[in-house]
Design a protein around this ligand. Structure first.
Ligand SMILES: O=C(COP(=O)(O)O)N(O)CCCCO
Ligand code: NA
Ligand SMILES: [Zn+2]
Length: 305
């Protein structure tokens, strides 16, 4: 069933498990997410960035909403990295049940002002809101945050921010970053910071940039002709620890992108004569489903629907 993000994430924080929020851009990605979560009896969040909305629009949103409504497990449709009040309201008009207003690149007061505006409008329509405080490293769709400006979330500021905005859940910067190159080797995750923020707050916390970039997938990607440098992601054990301490929503996009690309590349490599789209979109869906299943188990969402 299609539900709000709050209905999925409040139980997750209370139950000390995480719910993955996977980005989608088409039918097969959406099927891999929702059908696999159904199989594992897990709640799940499907998110669309502003780029995905540009790419698939209401057509794609309708695929997600219809599949979610018919699903036996709770599913929210979430706007990822909404960059403005207008963008958040447009997503709500499209039927999204959860929206992020990402004003983390503004100063503290401006972030509060912008977030508060979206919270008031979204709550008037029964829709949940995610905000962000602190800056991830790496490239965020509309802001390139170079290392020196990347800053981690201050616990005291987080308490004030939540009180002054009324946001339903909060994305915090704790060492993760977007993309396939999260640092040399195992990225440092600031567990003390997560645990301090969790001890001072009660709302679900969100970890962005949480793809694992598993070696098995990057090896297959290279073997199938893909080119990827020294890629590194977040270790499973860092995620299992984080969801014990307040992280309830865990954003994953890169892992599905890599999995889909492995599926397609392997299909083309193994049969150059093939020209039926189902023969490469199907394998892409299968590899993505493996990634979805793994994440649902690592985060403890399996069986929680
Ligand atoms: O936090 C994430 C996903 O992070 P990751 O790149 O680790 O999958 N997202 O918000 C998905 C969109 C990232 C920019 O396109
Ligand atoms: Na941000
Ligand atoms: Zn993100």
């Amino acid at each position: 069933m299609l539900v709000t993000g709050k209905e999925i994430l409040v139980p997750a924080r209370e139950g000390k498990y995480g719910v993955p929020a996977f980005n989608t851009n088409n039918m097969e990605i959406t099927q891999a997410i929702i059908h696999t979560a159904e199989k594992l009896e897990a709640p799940v969040m499907v998110q669309m960035s502003e780029g995905a909305i540009k790419y698939g629009g209401q057509d794609l949103a309708n695929i997600v909403k219809d599949m979610a409504q018919r699903a036996k497990i709770p599913v929210a449709l979430h706007l990822d990295h909404g960059s403005s009040y207008e963008s958040a309201l447009k997503a709500i008009a499209m039927g999204f049940t959860s929206v992020m207003i990402d004003a983390s690149h503004h100063d503290f007061e401006e972030n509060i002002r912008e977030t508060k505006r979206v919270v008031e409008a979204a709550h008037a329509m029964g829709i949940s809101v995610e905000a962000e405080l602190g800056r991830l490293g790496g490239i965020e769709e509309h802001v390139i945050v170079d290392e020196k400006d990347a800053f981690l979330t201050d616990p005291e500021e987080a308490v004030q921010f939540i009180e002054q905005t009324g946001t339903d859940y909060l994305a915090i910067a704790i060492g993760t970053s977007h993309g396939a190159y999260k640092g040399k080797g195992r990225p440092f995750i600031d567990h003390e910071r997560i645990e301090k923020i969790a001890s001072m707050t009660t709302i679900p916390l969100v970890a962005h940039g949480s793809s694992g970039v598993p070696k098995e997938i990057t090896d297959r990607f290279r073997t199938a002709g893909g080119e990827i440098g020294e890629a590194a992601g977040i270790a499973d054990e860092d995620l299992t620890r984080a969801v014990q301490h307040g992280i309830a929503k865990v954003n994953v996009d890169t892992d599905l992108r890599l999995a889909a690309s492995v599926g397609v590349r392997e299909a083309f490599m193994s049969n150059p004569k093939e020209f039926d789209p189902r023969k490469w979109m199907g394998p892409a869906r299968d590899v993505m489903s493996e990634i979805v299943a793994h994440k649902l188990k690592v985060l403890g969402a399996a069986g929680k629907a």
